[in-house]
Design a protein around this ligand. Structure first.
Ligand SMILES: C[S@@+](CC[C@H](N)C(=O)[O-])C[C@H]1O[C@@H](n2cnc3c(N)ncnc32)[C@H](O)[C@@H]1O
Length: 257
């Protein structure tokens, strides 16, 4: 694809490192992303209770030995295009987490929180414990300038029936959020729950802010951003996934609560 510039509220079928090179310095408010895991992931594998035949093939996996260089190259672009007031959330399994953590440091990001997302449907194993969590690194460029909206979800004084603070509970760094079942005919192999993305967007962006996902997959980050009135941008290297994400974005979307 021969592009000279990127337009807002569009997604691109391209390598995100090339795509981000077309974005100007200090222009993105929030990056939410779930890069490939480098665990020899295959789209054919039946996972999250999905019928394998309905899963769109072609997932672009990265070799474990290339993972650090790959991670550094996309993170460097993220750092350049993120605003001083912006922040980034990166999802990672535990296998190659060390590469993600080292690259974040080397690129210059400041870690704000190390969040654990606890999900259901871990793969049952006989000789080890069941992995049922993801890591989510919440980082920024400038600790003094970064924006955070602490009371958009719960008012400061709102309490549970037992008198506990609702916003305290919501702000703990272990998030228990269920994966969603896919009901359509076609699906991509991995999808973050909309509730998870909504939570991130509500704490770390305002309406009309620009949200980028360099690794779109099903397009979930762009879809939820659109639903919440944010501007969105994103890349996906696999054409079939890009088309799937674009179709979802082009539909009239229902409103999230
Ligand atoms: C873990 S999935 C993202 C899933 C997504 N968060 C969702 O909710 O559907 C990672 C995606 O990155 C894509 N990908 C891998 N390398 C890429 C690259 N260099 N540029 C853009 N996309 C890439 C893969 O094809 C895959 O769809």
């Amino acid at each position: 694809m021969n592009l000279t510039k990127i337009e807002l509220n569009k997604i691109y079928n391209m390598n995100c490192v090339e795509g981000m090179k077309l974005i100007k310095n200090n222009t993105i408010d929030l990056i939410v992303t779930d890069p490939p895991f480098a665990i020899k992931f295959k789209a054919t594998k039946q996972n999250y209770n999905r019928t394998a035949s309905r899963v769109i093939q072609g997932y672009n996996e990265i070799k474990a030995e290339d993972y650090y260089d790959f991670t550094y190259s996309w993170m460097k672009e993220c750092f350049r295009i993120l605003k001083e007031s912006g922040s980034m959330y990166v999802f990672s399994g535990w296998n190659n987490l060390k590469d993600i953590l080292i690259a974040l440091d080397k690129v210059g990001f400041i870690t704000i929180n190390h969040i654990i997302w606890k999900y259901q449907f871990g793969v049952v194993t006989a000789k080890k414990f069941v992995t049922s969590h993801y890591h989510c690194l919440f980082v920024c460029k400038n600790e003094k300038k970064r924006k955070f909206y602490p009371y958009t979800r719960f008012k400061k004084n709102s309490k549970t029936a037992e008198g506990r603070s609702l916003h305290y509970k919501d702000k703990e760094d272990v998030w228990e959020i269920k994966r969603e079942y896919w009901t359509g005919d076609q699906k991509t192999p991995t999808k973050l729950p909309s509730e998870l993305i909504k939570k991130i967007l509500e704490y770390s962006s305002a309406k009309t802010d620009t949200v980028l996902d360099p690794f779109l997959g099903s397009g979930q980050v762009a879809v939820v951003s659109k639903m919440l009135g944010r501007k969105y941008l994103g890349c996906e290297i696999v054409q079939d996934y890009y088309k799937f994400a674009k179709k979802r974005l082009d539909k009239n979307l229902y409103r999230l609560k």
